[in-house]
Design a protein around this ligand. Sequence first.
Ligand SMILES: N[C@@H](CCC(=O)N[C@@H](CS)C(=O)NCC(=O)O)C(=O)O
Length: 214
Amino acid sequence: MRFVGIPILELRAVTRGRASWERANFDMPNTVPCGEFTVYYHEGFTGRSQGLEMMLVASKAKWKRAPWSEVKDPTCFAAPALGHDQTGKMISQTTAAAQWLGTEVGFRPPTGLRAEALKIALDIADVWSEAYKTRKDANSWEEVEAFLSGRLAQFFGVLEACAKKYGKDGVLVGAKTSYCDFLLVNAIATYAPRTSLAPRARTHASAVAAFAAR
Ligand SMILES: N[C@@H](CCC(=O)N[C@@H](CS)C(=O)NCC(=O)O)C(=O)O
């Protein structure tokens, strides 16, 4: 039932002041939008675009890849960017693009946990950047090791707490897969081979380890 465009369950959750996912975690139907998405990224590797590509494959949306050099939109600063032909929309910044795409193709978090989902996605973006910088700039394996046992372990602890507080059945937010889960899989997939991220996840966070094992 809808009330002036607002799903009635959401309205109840808001009016009763309850934002727990139990109340707000109603599922909107998974829909695949018309038209075609394009993922613009550097050629030869998937890097930050991988979460977007996984969502597109999983949702069976129509999509293609194109080189970052083809992006002429002056609002886009760095790769990746996601475009959609029918709406003419073009969004860069991985987290923003993932939130938009997740909403479009059915990987949206519960309405009552949107801010929590965004916070988790931004944590993942921070750790992606830090891991990349550490690996690129490190002068020794000891520096990499210090990152793994320090900041990365702390990050896993935070994600574990988020999964416990906001998620259910092995997902980060709500009770079904959201764009946050794809971003986490990308972070782990990108760094696991070189930084033993998966074993670290097992040590520091069981919920995260479940993602590493996927
Ligand atoms: N905060 C941005 C960072 C984007 C970013 O640094 N992209 C890299 C590739 S993964 C890039 O294109 N760097 C070139 C540049 O910044 O000019 C995001 O999460 O999308």
